[in-house]
Ligand binder design. Structure first.
Ligand code: PLP
Length: 401
């Protein structure tokens, strides 16, 4: 017998498992709205033109070698990533108070940041929104933090439970870590308004709560890189400290290249430099150093004015297509007279709509209509097209009537 014969079958990942089930379905009308990956109107994955151009330029440069990157990754990439999220004129960058390390996309950045906090921060409790991306509690727990949640979403209004959020953060112990989605909250698509962000900032600073931003959708929410970074910049502008995990998976379509960055904004340059020295000790035994290709693509685009502009145009086109899909789905449900108020479809922001469909309705739509989504009723708007909206609207209509 095998020494592993006692190993039990693990459940599929709740998000990636949706794609596994979808792939097994032979139906020609099947629709995968599970995973958060952008698709074109033709339902195909998209490689941005500017990414192809940058890759071409890299391939043609015969001076490029495949040496190991430093533990902290590609230096240009790190500087440009900090600039992208904090703003070109950020005093924190100018004063060398920011340390940025290249990590394995958003997930890896969160993990490295969390392990650093578990080793070097006096508080080990992290507050995450209820609900949040399903991987958050697992990443933080394995990094050695204790996970608690704060109220975020109100199912009754399908909007923000702002009072509950303020109460829960207000009663968190001083110094606690708070995970904040920088924009396009996943899975709800519900973000605080700028005025609400300001209240959150005041409350958190007054209680010395440490902000840990997860920025997985910069540019994807509004189509503007600067607007989508406002929450983070508000917290950096007050001179206080925070962590930011950035992902280029969605906004540059670099999903499988695993390219992201962790920035830690400190009060002083000497602190930032010591923090970086400790980040290296977290990274070295984990994966030694990050991969070179994706970070080189990002750095090539961010440092070239023309490519940067081309990127912003392609990014806006992706964001706009998603916004169009929201309107089309909303119109299609209205046209069918589907019972209920579906205005949250056009009010919510970013890649996902939190439909409010319950697990039974989700199961019904999978069985009868071959429409795949996570059991919490979240659908990826980026997986929809003009052609597939009617089928989804039929499925939702049948599920709720
Ligand atoms: N954070 C949130 C909120 C996400 O939705 C995602 C991806 O779905 C990530 C982080 C991390 O993604 P990646 O590791 O692919 O950058």
């Amino acid at each position: 017998g095998s020494v592993f014969s006692h190993v039990v079958q693990a459940p599929e990942d709740p998000i990636l498992g949706v794609t596994v089930a979808y792939n097994k379905d032979p139906s020609p009308v099947k629709l995968n709205l599970g995973v958060g990956a952008y698709r074109t109107e033709e339902g195909k994955p998209l490689v941005l033109n500017v990414v192809r151009r940058a890759e071409q330029q890299l391939v043609n440069d015969s001076s490029r070698v495949k040496e190991y990157l430093p533990i902290v990754g590609l230096s240009d990439f790190n500087k440009l990533s900090a600039k992208l999220i904090l703003g070109a004129d950020s005093p924190a960058i100018r004063e060398n108070r920011v340390t940025t390390v290249q990590c394995l996309s958003g997930t890896g950045s969160l993990r490295v940041g969390a392990e650093f906090l578990a080793r070097h921060y006096h508080q080990h409790t992290i507050y995450i929104p209820q609900p949040t991306w399903g991987n958050h509690p697992k990443v933080f727990t394995l990094a050695g933090l204790t996970v608690r949640s704060y109220r975020y979403y109100d199912p009754a209004t399908r909007g923000l439970n702002f009072q509950g959020l303020l109460e829960d953060l207000g009663s968190a112990p001083s110094g606690g870590i708070v995970l904040l989605h920088a924009c396009a909250h996943n899975p709800t698509g519900v973000d605080p308004t700028p005025q609400q962000w300001e209240r959150i900032r005041q409350l958190m600073r007054s209680k010395a709560l440490l902000p840990f931003f997860d920025s997985a959708y910069q540019g994807f929410a509004s189509g503007s890189l600067d607007s989508d970074a406002q929450s983070v910049r508000m917290f950096v502008a007050d001179g206080g400290e925070c962590l930011v995990a950035q992902s280029y998976a969605k906004n540059m379509g670099l999903y499988g290249e695993r390219v992201g960055a962790l920035s830690i904004v400190c009060r002083a340059a000497d602190v930032a430099s010591r923090v970086e020295s400790q980040l290296k000790l977290v990274i070295r035994p984990m994966y030694s150093n990050p991969p070179i290709h994706g970070a080189s693509i990002v750095a090539t685009i961010l440092k070239d004015g023309n490519m940067y502009r081309e990127w912003t145009i392609e990014l806006k086109a992706m964001a706009d297509r998603i916004i169009t899909m929201r309107q089309k789905l909303f119109d299609a449900l209205r046209a069918r007279g589907t019972p209920g108020d579906w205005s949250h479809i056009i009010k919510q922001i970013g890649m996902f709509t939190f439909t409010g469909l319950n697990p039974e309705q989700v199961a019904f739509m999978r069985k009868e209509y071959h429409v795949y989504m996570t059991s919490d009723g979240r659908i990826s708007m980026a997986g929809l097209s003009s052609r597939t909206v009617p089928h989804l609207a039929d499925a939702i209509h049948a599920a709720v009537t």
